[in-house]
Ligand binder design. Sequence first.
Ligand SMILES: CCCCC/C=C\C/C=C\C/C=C\C/C=C\CCCC(=O)SCCNC(=O)CCNC(=O)[C@H](O)C(C)(C)COP(=O)(O)OP(=O)(O)OC[C@H]1O[C@@H](n2cnc3c(N)ncnc32)[C@H](O)[C@@H]1OP(=O)(O)O
Length: 224
Amino acid sequence: MHTPLTEPPAAAEAEHLERQRAAITRLGHELRALVEATVRTAASHDTLHRAADGVRHVTGQLTGRRRARAEVPEVDGFPGGPRMYSPVVGAGSPLAPPVHITPTDDGLIGHCTLGFAHEGPPGYGHGGMSAMLLDELMGQACTAAGTPGLTVSLQMRYHQPIPLETPLHILGRVTGTNNRKIFVTGAITTQADPSTNLVTADGVFIAPDPDQVRALFPGMREEA
Ligand SMILES: CCCCC/C=C\C/C=C\C/C=C\C/C=C\CCCC(=O)SCCNC(=O)CCNC(=O)[C@H](O)C(C)(C)COP(=O)(O)OP(=O)(O)OC[C@H]1O[C@@H](n2cnc3c(N)ncnc32)[C@H](O)[C@@H]1OP(=O)(O)O
């Protein structure tokens, strides 16, 4: 059977990206397990010191070339594509639950479960986490509606605490626009009781003009 000596560049690049993203996702998963174990453990100080030595050793393996501040990672698409290291949706970020987002009839829905690393009041989610989850969903709802925007105002209402280790729904929906202003609402519920809003938010996002986009995101690739 004839095998081509060189793969077409596009196919090789796609395969490289896929491998890279799979490895980033795997490391993110292990790091989340480490973070969760760290904030729940009752291990002795000896064990904690040994773990710290081990983690320092691992960190030392990841300090080669590092991306610059405004550089968009090669594994990402911006705007509108994957964000592997986002603290909300990034499969590679130990900070992210991570949230998995899908479209709805009129906006977006995110699915996630908060762990002990996201705790505010004992047993419940941190209010700042709720704001971060909603900011992301509402921001992505702007992008999904065809008008990517930056948050200029986020009004939060905390109705009931968010239980940890409980599957959640996070909703984001664009309700209107006025020139560059985009009005968005959001809500967090449990998956089990989607009709009871635990947290709601109203936000104003602004679509930056082209000069602002160039100034703010110098690392954005031309094709975006
Ligand atoms: C095709 C290319 C597209 C390129 C990509 C474009 C955008 C990408 C953006 C987002 C997508 C990316 C990632 C999503 C990730 C995360 C989602 C979470 C969202 C965030 O994590 S995002 C970070 C936090 N966010 C900021 O870091 C913003 C800081 N900010 C600024 O960088 C400036 O603010 C800017 C540049 C946005 C606008 O600057 P500016 O000078 O053009 O705006 P200006 O002041 O002229 O206001 C214009 C009109 O908005 C009204 N207005 C202003 N403030 C208001 C407020 N608070 N409430 C109500 N209305 C307000 C004014 O009253 C006026 O209204 P009017 O025209 O009617 O008078």
